[in-house]
Design a protein around this ligand. Sequence first.
Ligand code: TXA
Ligand code: MG
Length: 342
Amino acid sequence: METLIIKVDNLLDNEKSYQQAVDILNEGGVVAFPTETVYGLGALATDEQAVRKIFEAKGRPSDNPLIVHIGNREAVEQYAIQIPDDAYKLMEKFWPGPLTLVFHKRPGVIAQSVTPGFETVGLRMPDHPVALELLQTLDGPLAAPSANRSGKPSPTEAGHVLKDLHGRIPLILDGGETGVGVESTVLDMTVSPPAILRPGGVTKEMIESVIGPIHTESGVADDQAPRAPGMKYMHYAPESPLFVIAPDEAKIAEAVRLLHAEGKKVAVIGPDEFTIPEADWYFAVGPLHKPEAMASTLYRAIRQCDVTEADIILAAETEMSGVGAAVMNRLTKAADGKRFPL
Ligand code: TXA
Ligand code: MG
């Protein structure tokens, strides 16, 4: 299969591109498209066969449920039941945006393979002009995980999707780089108080400012938090082992010297301000104390490390405030919990 990439930066001229994407989707195919978080790989959420193609293209375990994307708030009631008042407040405030809400599923609407074995469904309205235009032209729900091969970092530009899924999908809508850079927050609205199953672009603080105290499971070890099944798989794994390290220029330089003494080549992911001439490769991920900048560039940096000959990757941590919690959640996964020094 040839994978076609269509640029859709000028919305006015793109009717034909959207129609082409919608035709593929209506015929049961899959299409990659940008959202404000990461690129998604979409299929019509009501079409069982089409949804299976997502799992095939990604090599994704079939017991990991997909998020359903919708183009307007009103559509929530078509796919979910027992929607609590707090959910309406959150949708009002954060949709469109990087917040996935998990509800009890309305029976018989969404294809079984979207939420295998689950009585719930995760819904989100993405805040990206291309995603919204696609959803509105399609006039239906799009089941869409991140458009990477399973186990790779989520794609934040069309080239990442092509690298992972070339020849496996027919079309990528290229809307340039995504903004937030880490995936949406997943919030379980079927429990009281609601619980964060995956931290993301909408922070705990932002949610609590609207509905009061909530739970967070993000600090819990993966296998103890089985309710967001995706969290139990090894995610975002770079090709070489990655270690989290304190954001201290001198300490990182020292670590690189130690590793060099062992004959290892080292790639470093760190803030713009650091100069570490010892490092064999240095990938800057924005200013210190700016977790938002690190969120939007982390996955690209990890992919850049993958095309080096580094034996080891050292990644400077960021603070836990705001979107930093999501960044550290992803970084800890990429490191499989490892820190330097051992
Ligand atoms: O920002 C995002 O959320 C991106 C863009 C494309 O929208 N999508 C994304 O999808 O990250 P995916 O499939 O890579 O991650 C979805 C996460 C998984 O951890 C999955 O287990 C969880 O959400 N999830 C989905 N539906 C769920 C449900 N009904 N109950 C619990 N967890 C659910
Ligand atoms: Mg993913």
